[in-house]
Design a protein around this ligand. Structure first.
Ligand SMILES: CC1=C(CCC(=O)O)c2cc3nc(cc4[nH]c(cc5[nH]c(cc1n2)c(C)c5CCC(=O)O)c(CCC(=O)O)c4C)C(CCC(=O)O)=C3C
Ligand SMILES: [Fe+2]
Length: 302
């Protein structure tokens, strides 16, 4: 029997500053960015100390999920592929085909379903499969935003940051990557799933004042989902002394977490005289990684 293919997928990040141009061009579906937009992105990577740790953290997460499968007695082999930087999802699928894998489970390192996120990863994986090994079965875990271990881990992190702060003077802002507003009219569940995760974490952590905001919207000329976290901080500044930012949409320390929250949201809060803390990211939290292994193993048996 061939091992189960464990196909772990994530957004991908440039391996070096030189790789930012091909990466950004890939994100823009082959259209190179303007020199100003490119420089702006390079500046953001430099502000977080160079290339993002996303690749390394995703690798650690994937290894931990693989170990969780082994603990469950599942014979599995790990393949990692990304959306926008080599090795791509298609490269990982091609490798599985070359290795003669008959059955794989795909897991995206992002908890909420959207046509722009999970569905896009699924399309990359299945399109590649159809080309190279149509008989290979690939089951995709489509969402995991209400996984109890995820809710507990986020609630612990929020509670930790609230330590010493009066809950009545503190606003917890949950956040996730914005997407073009048109997805809502198309019936995309993304926004509702994000709110559900936020509500569960707030309940679990017993947070009296919380809200949800989007972050990291691109400037593409069309409207993106809001409100933006910086606006939310500004609007709430007169009512609170403290802000805790907790991303529910991102699960590793990468550019959008380290820059958009760790620098931009922090600086905006300071400017308005607010104390600011960022809840730690999930990264390779052992309980969450083990629960993900459980989901993969269930998906394999379904
Ligand atoms: C839904 C979603 C997630 C979460 C789900 C998932 O994780 O899949 C996510 C994650 C991430 N997005 C990331 C980086 C970027 N995303 C961009 C641009 C865009 N993201 C989009 C969507 C998402 N993105 C979209 C619709 C665009 C516009 C494309 C267009 O133009 O049509 C741009 C371009 C410049 C800019 O707009 O800032 C960058 C640099 C990084 C890696 C950071 C690092 O390197 O550490 C991560 C984890
Ligand atoms: Fe993005």
């Amino acid at each position: 029997m061939k091992p189960l293919g464990l196909l772990v997928m994530h957004y991908g990040t440039p391996a070096s500053i030189e790789e930012v141009l091909p990466y950004y061009t890939h994100i823009r579906r082959g259209r190179p960015p303007t020199p100003e937009a490119l420089q702006d992105l390079i500046d953001r990577y430099e502000a977080i100390g160079g290339p993002s740790p996303l690749t390394e953290i995703s690798r650690r997460q994937a290894e931990a999920i693989l170990a969780g499968l082994h603990r469950r007695g599942v014979d599995a082999k790990l393949y990692v592929g990304t959306k926008h930087a080599p090795p791509f999802v298609a490269d990982a699928v091609n490798q599985m085909a070359e290795d003669g894998i008959d059955h794989a489970v795909g897991l995206v390192l992002a908890p909420h379903f959207s046509t722009f996120s999970i569905a896009a990863y699924r399309n990359y994986a299945l399109t590649a499969r159809d080309k190279v090994r149509p008989e290979m079965r690939i089951d995709i875990v489509e969402r995991w935003g209400t996984l109890p271990e995820l809710i507990d881990a986020l609630a612990d992190r929020v509670r930790h940051e609230m330590d010493g702060w009066d809950p009545d003077e503190t606003l917890v802002i949950f956040s996730a990557h914005s997407l073009p507003e048109k997805i809502v009219a198309a019936g995309d569940p993304y926004q509702e799933e994000l709110l559900e995760t936020s509500r569960l974490v707030a309940e679990r952590a017993d947070v009296p004042h919380w809200t949800f905001a989007f972050q990291s919207a691109s400037n593409t000329g069309e409207p993106w989902l809001g409100p933006d976290i910086l606006e939310v901080i500004e609007e709430n500044a007169p009512k609170y002394k403290n802000i805790v930012a907790c991303t529910v949409g991102f699960v590793s320390d990468h550019l959008e977490v380290l820059f958009d929250l760790g620098i931009e949201a922090r600086d905006k809060s300071a400017e308005l005289g607010l104390n600011f803390r960022r809840a730690a990211t999930i990264n390779d939290d052992p309980a969450v990684m083990d629960a993900l292994a459980g989901l993969v193993s269930q998906a394999a048996q379904a």
